[in-house]
Design a protein. Structure first.
Length: 197
């Protein structure tokens, strides 16, 4: 009987501990910031995905849907020189004579760019999206959701990809902190299923 009571108390303690490990929903405790895509080609569809703090945005569009990089990175671009460098790296693998989109005009006195890139992946089943930004406690928090499952998606192809996203935010000289959320394939699909307007 003692052993059964000890075992029961251990199981209750463990279940209480694991129940407490569930992550609470992420809330903007400060001022939510608007997210705008970089200028680019208009797509033939108008697909919207939800943002964390209300509203929607378009899916990433070319040329920012992939960034040729072995490793993932996060980057904040606050001036034209940094943007020119980023644009050169983005198009670094375009063969001579290949099409390179012109550098978009960004007013860096009013806006900055944040980039989230996953690095090289073995299939088209990986995705990343900047889905929220918030100014709080003397910093800008940028929220990034990603899925790291080899077979996530419809029509997954076994080819090297390098998923990336880049958006414009209102200019700030505050430090930028990236808040990462790893989603399961099911949650990604449920949350990121585009809403057609």
């Amino acid at each position: 009987m003692k052993l059964a009571l000890i075992l029961f108390s251990v199981l209750v303690s463990l279940s209480s501990w694991f129940a407490g490990q569930e992550k609470p929903p992420i809330l903007c405790r400060g001022r939510s910031l608007s997210i705008t895509l970089l200028p680019g080609p208009k797509m033939t569809w108008d697909l919207q995905v939800p943002l964390r703090f209300g509203g929607t945005r378009e899916l990433p569009r070319p040329p920012i849907t992939g960034f040729p990089s072995e490793k993932g990175f996060r980057e904040v671009i606050r001036n034209r020189e940094e943007f020119i460098d980023f644009w050169k790296r983005l198009h670094g693998r375009v063969p001579p004579g290949g099409y390179v989109m012109p550098l978009p005009e960004i007013d860096f006195s009013k806006e900055m760019i944040v980039v989230a890139a996953m690095g090289q992946r073995p299939s088209s089943g990986y995705s990343i999206l900047i889905d929220g930004a918030c100014e709080v406690d003397g910093q800008v928090e940028v929220f990034v959701s990603s899925v790291e499952e080899l077979s996530c998606g419809i029509g997954v192809f076994p080819s090297m990809t390098a998923p990336a996203d880049a958006v414009r935010l209102p200019r700030s000289d505050l430090p930028v902190v990236f808040r990462e959320t790893q989603l399961s394939c099911k949650v990604w699909r449920d949350r990121m299923t585009p809403k057609v307007r």
